[in-house]
Design a protein around this ligand. Structure first.
Ligand code: NOJ
Length: 553
């Protein structure tokens, strides 16, 4: 794809000289499409490519530049597509390769770029590689996975645990060996020390690039390489039976199963594949400790990932000291290479996490102002623009394996994965089926139909913010200069002619503005337009974007 033509109508030659080195993703905002829940085109209750293609004009209208589509490959759906049985096809549930091609073509026609979700850490246990690996212990495919003899005295080879609960090893009775899976037993981990496996993925990247994708979101980008001696991980706290899988996982120092030195070599290799196609590598670098120095190792080199999601903002309490350390530390470590998401298909939505109800929604919108003004690549998760909170999915309707297998809905991710509410009604305009795969569970006011023509809606606000992110080119490239410092309750910085401020206190706070006159370009709380100077009082919460009046900065 050359340059975007719709949703803003800019071309590369129009950018100012100072921005000459920008890549296309520096100017865009991304949007995560959880395909199962976006739009159902064939009436079976599950989202698909026909449904998504039909809704792309909505995303262009909204002002989105990049669409990341979660896995759609043939899969037994043990982890809803993150268990891939064939990397180069489309699961019939979602359509066909022709439907995929039509979707990409329509996206490009609308000026949208498309990222596909690459899942290189593990396959499905139904993938032919694993089937062969399992059935023939001496064969070619055995080395595609991690097989080990039982540990001394029997049992798993080491103390590694699965993200989703229980040991990270499952015994294959026939061969007497265990295989490794950092997620479900149905998701065996691939062995990236095997050069043959490495070459397989070169082909997979080329396959999708040949189908005109604009890049890849890389699943578990921090996990592909393991310490091949497989020592026990140091245990920090005892695991107790009442713990959720996440809590049990956090009891270990993941020194040997994640974030190993060799992993960045894989991205160096992939850069050589994607660069000639001008495609983006965006990694999911989900390190529990949210250590920004470690995340930055994946992106700061010319030859690493282009961008890495930084997940700390999704786990930081609404409290000045915590938010300061999240953002300041991250930007010190990686000044422009992080990707910022406040919600996703794996964690509670921002309004729910930030207090729920009107307060949660107000905080989420003000947080988005900061997210959009930071250097790096902001991503919205479908429905975030409607200020959706999580749905309380009844236990008997929960689907996420983490909830179902641990018999605890609170462990699951269903609440943030419910179908997109396009229109009022029990199926939300999402499907013609009687029953969507998860309940929609939304009030009429939550829907696209209700918000689209309402200038006071969350949708109108997010759309306004997206337009500004595109229009204010300083937000694409200007250096960040902090205007306040920790532990101030107002987090504020300047980028060129733009000032961003976020009040995270529980009461209004004053902000001293830089000299000159400033126009309120966007506020999560008040009307845009007024010109201000000197001091400004921010509501609680309030996210504010100011632009220098011409001739003032
Ligand atoms: C991260 C994905 O976002 C999540 O949904 C999935 O379960 C794991 N990776 C395993 O692929």
């Amino acid at each position: 794809m050359s340059t975007p033509t719709a949703a803003g109508g800019s071309t590369a030659t129009q950018w100012p000289a100072a921005a000459e080195n920008l890549r296309w993703w520096d100017r865009e905002v991304g949007y995560e499409v959880y395909i199962r829940s976006f739009a159902d085109g064939n009436g079976d209750g599950v989202g698909d490519f026909v449904g998504l293609t039909d809704k792309l004009d909505y995303l262009a209208w909204l002002g989105i530049g990049i669409v990341w589509i979660t896995p759609f490959y043939p899969s037994p759906m043990a982890d809803f597509g993150y268990d891939v049985a064939d990397y180069t096809d489309v699961d019939p549930l979602f359509g066909t390769l022709a439907d995929f091609d039509a979707c990409v073509a329509e996206a490009h026609r609308l000026g949208l770029r498309v990222l596909v979700d690459l899942v290189p850490n593990h396959t499905s246990d139904q993938h032919r590689w694993f089937q062969s690996s399992r059935s023939d212990p001496d064969g070619y495919w055995r080395g595609y996975y991690h097989w080990r003899d039982p540990g001394p005295g029997g049992g798993p080879p080491n103390n590694w645990v699965s993200h989703f609960g229980g040991p990270a090893w499952t015994l294959d009775e026939a061969s007497g060996q265990y295989y490794l899976h950092l997620f479900l037993p149905e998701q065996p981990d691939l062995n990236w020390s095997n050069p043959r496996l490495v070459r397989e993925f070169d082909q997979i990247l080329e396959f999708w690039l040949d189908r005109h994708v604009d890049g890849f979101r890389v699943d578990v980008a921090h996990g592909l390489v393991k310490n091949m001696l497989m020592p026990d991980n140091p245990q920090r706290f005892p695991v107790t039976p009442d713990m959720s899988p996440r809590q049990a996982w956090a009891c270990y120092d993941h020194r040997y199963d994640l974030d190993q030195a060799g992993v960045t070599a894989i991205y160096r290799r992939w850069r050589n594949i994607v660069e000639p196609r001008d495609a983006l590598l965006l990694g999911e670098v989900y390190l529990r400790e949210n250590n920004p120095d470690r995340v930055s190792r994946y992106v700061t080199h010319q030859d690493g990932l282009h961008r890495a999601f930084y997940f700390a903002p999704m786990h930081t309490p609404w409290e000045p000291a915590a938010l300061w350390s999240t953002f300041r530390d991250a930007l010190d470590a990686a000044p422009r290479d992080l990707s910022w998401a406040l919600s996703s298909h794996d964690d509670p939505r921002a309004p729910t996490r930030l207090g729920g109800g009107a307060l949660g929604r107000a905080r989420a919108l003000s947080y988005a102002v900061l997210q959009f003004a930071l250097p790096g690549l902001p991503f919205l998760y479908q429905g975030e623009e409607l200020a959706l909170d999580d749905v309380d999915v009844p236990p008997q309707q929960c689907q996420d394996p983490v909830a179902v297998r641990n018999q605890n809905p609170a462990d699951g991710r269903d609440g943030c994965r419910t179908p997109m509410p396009w229109a009022p009604g029990p199926t939300g305009g999402f499907t013609d089926a009687d029953e969507p795969w998860l309940p929609v569970g939304r009030a009429p006011a939550d829907t696209v139909a209700a918000q689209r023509d309402d200038p006071g809606s969350a949708l109108a606000k997010y759309r306004e913010l997206l337009a500004l992110r595109r229009e204010l080119t300083d937000l694409h490239h200007a250096e960040l200069e902090w205007l306040t410092d920790r532990p101030a309750p107002v987090i504020s910085f300047r980028r060129g002619d733009c000032v961003c401020a976020l009040n995270v206190a529980d009461d209004p706070k004053e902000l001293a503005l830089p000299p000159g006159r400033w126009r309120v370009a966007f506020s999560s709380q008040r009307e845009a337009g007024p010109v201000v100077e000197g001091e400004l009082t921010l509501e609680a919460p309030e996210g504010l974007l100011l632009v220098a009046e011409p001739g003032e900065a």
